[in-house]
Design a protein around this ligand. Structure first.
Ligand code: HEM
Length: 149
């Protein structure tokens, strides 16, 4: 099974609760890297403890995971998906590119904890490789987009 097929197999499990899994990842990101929360106008002034029951976090978790699922399903032909993400995250949300490395590392960790049956060593390796490639492509798009931090 090639890398993207392995990834999509795990993703089918993630989709059983897309919003809940996205929510877990966002909360873990804010917990482990508190500076990331400051980028979200909706969440920056709310203490982390109160965000666990905040419906907007779950809604945004769904938004992020829907977009990431769209990337994964392209099986590598995701240039236009990444371009769209880079454009809004550079120009509208003004998110420094290294934040994508932070969130993808959190996703890897959360999936390994939540889905030990699906996240076999080869599946972890496949995600790790794919996320590294995606982050590096986003970084190139940021450079082309003239991102100023
Ligand atoms: C897996 C990586 C990510 C994906 C797939 C993703 C996807 C999205 C999508 C689909 C939206 C809404 C549409 C848009 O504006 O493009 C969005 C909004 C946003 N994203 Fe991301 N994102 C990712 C990572 C991040 C990171 C790491 C940060 C900051 C640390 C971030 C900050 C934001 C903010 C502030 C918004 C606007 C939220 C609002 O509506 O108030 N994103 N993201």
């Amino acid at each position: 099974m090639c890398d993207w097929d392995l990834i999509n197999k795990v993703w089918a499990k993630v989709e059983e609760d897309l919003a809940g899994n996205g929510q877990t990842v966002l909360l873990r990101l804010f917990e482990e890297h508190p500076e990331t929360k400051a980028h979200f106008p909706k969440f920056k002034d709310i203490p982390l403890g109160q965000l666990t029951s905040n419906a907007d976090v779950k809604t945004h978790g769904n938004t992020v995971f829907k977009a990431l699922g769209d990337v994964v399903k392209q099986k590598g032909k995701h240039a236009s998906n990444l371009q769209a993400l880079a454009t809004t995250h550079i120009n509208k949300h003004k998110i420094p590119p290294q934040n994508f490395t932070l969130i993808t590392n959190v996703i890897l960790k959360v999936f390994a904890e939540k889905f030990p049956g699906e996240m076999t060593a080869p599946a972890q390796e496949a995600f790790s490789k794919a996320f590294k490639a995606i982050c590096s492509e986003l970084e190139d798009l940021y450079k082309k987009g003239g991102f100023q931090s």
